[in-house]
Design a protein around this ligand. Structure first.
Ligand code: GLC
Ligand code: CA
Length: 566
């Protein structure tokens, strides 16, 4: 009788849990979620593939490349905004959250893309631009129409101080963060461009409308969101001036500490609520979180792991040279935050890693080295399109060619972000096979050799190194779930670590210097036998048969990855 009761109880509890948690299904016995074993890939839709030859990439273009993504080893794609937009900030100014911009296609195209992705087991993540809408969104058009309009309080309207702005806050894209609207005689606030007015998240109607947007996309089948600019959701209700720092920024504005208009505690309340909705949909929330240190990063996971599953860590983007000590420091810091790491190497706002780390002579080897680092760390990688073929920045050379408005305001110090957003290089046909029209940004001439089709044929290409690394990552338990153990921590030239999972471990050795290096490992303290190894992947010419890692000789910028046993 008692036994029966226990059995029932267990059944009841597991039944209960499975209804409550049915939407956050684990993929293994250890409770890992799908997004922890997935490799994400960021697609900038304007630049990925153009299906109708108007020079701008589109959803059907993405759909035509799903097989490529699958064979590369991608499990989820994050599409940067493809909603209706005046395109002032190339989609980050949304004028309708529940539709597709005609230049990218239709909702029916989206559904087809989603279907095509699903059959290949690829999930789709949308970009949720929560902080602001476009000034052409019907909400803002209503809001600015009069001081008493129904949606006046959906945005941040304030009186000036005499004839001046309400306070000293500057826009991160240059100039004051306040724009006077002469019709109603008040200023509205915008952390970004004036065409991107900040929504008033203290207004419950805004909160509800935006939450409904996420539900609407979940119903359509999306697997989560990348939350744009979450740091900036709330502002100090008293509108206190930000502390002014010495000097001027690249737009000629005084440097400020964004004390009163970023990272307010209220952000976390919204994230916790968004997470509940995400959990009901087995969805993941990735945050664009520009944290300055690990303490700030920790907060975005939530005190009870109830906020973002994947807050992005941007500290790598501040490591601007191949420095093992600096990478070691950042990896250890993120690891110590206790959450699931999401290192960022490249994206549509950052100079491509090929250029940031390349020395001009060994760029190919360095690109492979960075791929090996990025894809063997603990956590979930988010690759940026084109990194896998070694795309470089192609910055505009004349101010009049700049498309990204910040590049015109900040010229020549800030050339804008066009350089990292050039069309994907598919093959050696005109415009790299991206379009038969005129591409919206120029395709660099190097596409003749740096392109998918050509690199696929070369076993030693950057693309094939990526493919091998991704394949390895998907089937190797230590790379997926193992912990991170730093090795040889005083070595200034070679970054080495172990990914350790139960009886298995993978040793990763990265020579970040332009000189050959000798390294030695004694893995006994970590419970492994350095003399019992086999190579999984290496760019060292002589390293493919190593059966011991007690001593390794590494060529400049080379990679050794091997399995070690107990
Ligand atoms: C984020 C986006 C960037 C955009 C900005 C404003 O930082 O990544 O591209 O310009 O938000 O939405
Ligand atoms: Ca097109």
């Amino acid at each position: 009788m008692f036994r029966k009761f226990v059995v029932y109880l267990v059944l009841f509890i597991s039944g209960f849990c499975s209804t409550v948690r049915s939407q956050t299904q684990a993929v293994d016995a250890e409770g890992h979620q799908w997004w922890q074993h997935a490799v994400f890939y960021e697609i900038y839709p304007r630049s990925f593939m153009d299906s109708n030859n108007d020079g701008i990439g589109d959803l059907n273009g993405i759909a035509s490349k799903l097989d490529y993504l699958k064979s590369l080893g991608i499990d989820a794609i994050w599409i940067t905004p493809c909603y209706p937009s005046p395109q002032v900030d190339f989609g980050y100014d949304v004028s309708d959250y529940e539709n597709i911009d005609p230049m990218y296609g239709t909702l029916a195209d989206f559904d087809r893309l989603q279907q095509g992705a699903k059959t290949r087991d690829i999930r789709i993540i949308m970009d949720f631009v929560m902080n602001h809408s476009s000034d052409q969104h019907p909400w803002f058009i209503d809001s600015r129409s009069s001081r008493t309009s129904a949606k006046r309080d959906w945005y941040m309207w304030h009186d000036g101080k005499g004839s001046a702005e309400p306070n000293n806050w500057v826009s991160t894209f240059g100039g004051s963060a306040w724009t006077m609207d002469f019709k109603t005689g008040q200023y509205y606030y915008h952390y970004f461009y004036p065409q991107q007015p900040d929504l008033n998240w203290r207004n419950p109607a805004v909160h509800d409308a935006m939450f409904d947007v996420t539900r609407w996309w979940y119903k359509r089948g999306v697997a989560g969101f990348r939350l744009d600019a979450v740091d900036t959701l709330f502002e100090d209700p008293e509108l206190r001036d930000n502390p002014v720092l010495p000097g001027l920024n690249k737009y000629g504005d005084p440097n400020e500490q964004d004390l009163y208009n970023t990272k307010l505690p209220e952000v976390h309340v919204v994230l916790r609520d968004l997470r509940k909705v995400a959990d009901e949909n087995n969805a993941v929330l990735i945050g664009e979180t520009w944290t300055k240190d690990v303490n700030e990063l920790k907060q975005y996971y939530g005190d009870h792991s109830d906020e973002l599953q994947m807050p992005m860590d941007f500290l790598f983007t501040k490591v601007d040279r191949l420095s093992p000590p600096e990478f070691r420091r950042q990896i250890a810091a993120v690891d110590s935050a206790g959450g699931w790491p999401v290192f960022v190497l490249s994206n549509h706002d950052i100079v491509r890693s090929y250029v940031r780390y390349g020395d001009g002579q060994n760029n190919q080897a360095i690109a492979k080295l960075m791929a090996a680092l990025y894809l063997t760390l603990r956590g979930t990688p988010i690759m940026y399109y084109g990194e896998e073929i070694g795309m470089q920045n192609t910055d505009p050379v004349r101010k009049e060619d700049v498309k990204d408005p910040i590049g015109r305001v900040g010229w020549p110090q800030e050339k804008g972000r066009d350089g990292e957003r050039t069309p994907m290089q598919w093959d050696d046909s005109p415009n790299a096979g991206f379009t038969r029209g005129t591409p919206w940004l120029p395709v660099p001439l190097i596409y003749k050799t740096v392109n998918v089709a050509t690199e696929l044929k070369d076993p030693a290409s950057i693309l094939n190194v990526y493919r091998s690394l991704l394949a390895l990552r998907h089937q190797n338990r230590a790379l997926l779930d193992g912990d991170y153990v730093a090795l040889n921590e005083n070595d200034p030239n070679v970054l080495s670590y172990l990914r350790r999972y139960k009886n298995e471990a993978v040793l990763v050795v990265l020579n970040m210097s332009s000189k050959p290096q000798q390294v030695s490992f004694d893995l006994a303290p970590q419970g492994f036998d350095a003399k019992n190894a086999h190579t999984l992947l290496t760019t060292v010419a002589t390293g493919s048969k190593a059966s011991s890692v007690s001593h390794l000789s590494l060529e400049p910028f080379s990679v050794y990855i091997g399995a070690v046993s107990k």
